[in-house]
Design a protein around this ligand. Structure first.
Ligand code: NDP
Length: 273
């Protein structure tokens, strides 16, 4: 590893597990990484990022509420970032320009398929939410083989915009939040809303949960408690939070910056413990 600096930008950011995760990854290669959490209010984000990269910054993770701003300030963007219309990774290229990437979708699918050994092919999936995280994972779920994707968002226009952008009317549909009680059951239910982190409860009907359903909350820790409790009490076969996704997305960023993919299982187990 080099003297280059790394960081995660967010607001607030003190809760972030990213410095701990990247330190643990670096340790696997016998290295120490200079990776800090930087709190930047929205008005200060652009200048803070540019100052970081001007002062030997090589890579930055970006979290709420800056993911759209991160894409906007980058000079180039991967297909995943363009699709999601947001970036959670910024990398300084050799010529000084900034490249934006989004690892949310790959991280979720790797957590589901590699860690939890789920074969996504043929699943009928319900995606709750249509914000940055939902946009990051929707295409990748389809690429991974889910049979159908039903997108339901509190504000219907955002769900419609996401479905239109994907453009697969045979596999992707939207429904109103008020219709959740009557749209049938699903075998994969993903909570990509920020209700949990905002301390708000989602009133979800039990009937959504199919007999062998897997329910997954992209948030983790206390923020996921309500959704996971609802899933278990509704008869879900599996109920997972997004901690594994977080570790996988971090590993993708680490690999991008350092050219080596760390082992995620040990870090996941340590965080879970
Ligand atoms: P955004 O702010 O971009 O989107 C928030 C979404 O939640 C919108 O669809 C919004 O609906 C919906 N929402 C908020 N409150 C409610 C509510 N009370 N009832 C119903 N819907 C609600 O956030 P992100 O998409 O970036 O993040 C969403 C979640 O995903 C967060 O909890 C975040 O922590 C988690 N996440 C986890 C990752 C991981 O690695 N594990 C990575 C990325 C995100 P509306 O459009 O109506 O406002």
């Amino acid at each position: 590893m080099t003297d280059a600096r790394y960081a995660v930008f967010g607001h607030p950011i003190s809760h972030s597990l990213s410095p701990r995760i990247h330190a643990a990854f670096a340790q696997q290669f016998g290295q120490v990484v200079d990776y800090r959490a930087i709190d930047a209010a929205p008005a200060a984000f652009d200048a803070a990022v540019r100052a970081f990269f001007a002062d030997s910054g090589h890579g930055a993770n970006v979290t709420l509420p800056h993911k759209a701003a991160a894409l906007a300030l980058a000079d180039e963007a991967s297909e995943a970032a363009r699709r999601a219309r947001s970036a959670n990774v910024l990398t300084r290229l050799d010529d000084g320009r900034l490249a934006a990437h989004n690892t949310d979708g790959d991280g979720l699918v790797r957590d589901l398929t590699a860690r939890h050994e789920v074969d996504l092919r043929g699943h009928d999936a319900l995606l709750l939410g249509a914000g940055g995280a939902a946009r990051g994972v929707a295409w990748v779920l389809l690429d991974a083989g889910v049979r159908s994707l039903t997108i339901v968002n509190r504000t219907p226009a955002a769900a419609d915009a996401l479905a239109d952008a994907i453009g697969e009317p045979g596999r992707v549909r939207t429904r109103y939040w008020d219709d959740l009680a009557t749209i049938g059951s699903f075998d994969l239910i993903l909570n990509a809303t920020s209700a949990g982190v905002l301390g708000q409860a989602l009133a979800l009907p039990t009937a959504l949960v199919g007999s062998r359903a897997l329910c997954y909350d992209l948030s983790y820790g206390e923020a996921a408690f309500g959704f996971l409790a609802w899933a278990r009490s509704s008869g879900a076969l599996f109920a997972f939070d997004g901690l594994g996704m977080l570790v996988e997305t971090a590993a993708d960023a680490f690999a991008l910056w350092h050219g080596q993919r760390p082992d995620t299982d040990a870090v996941y187990a340590a965080l879970r413990g």
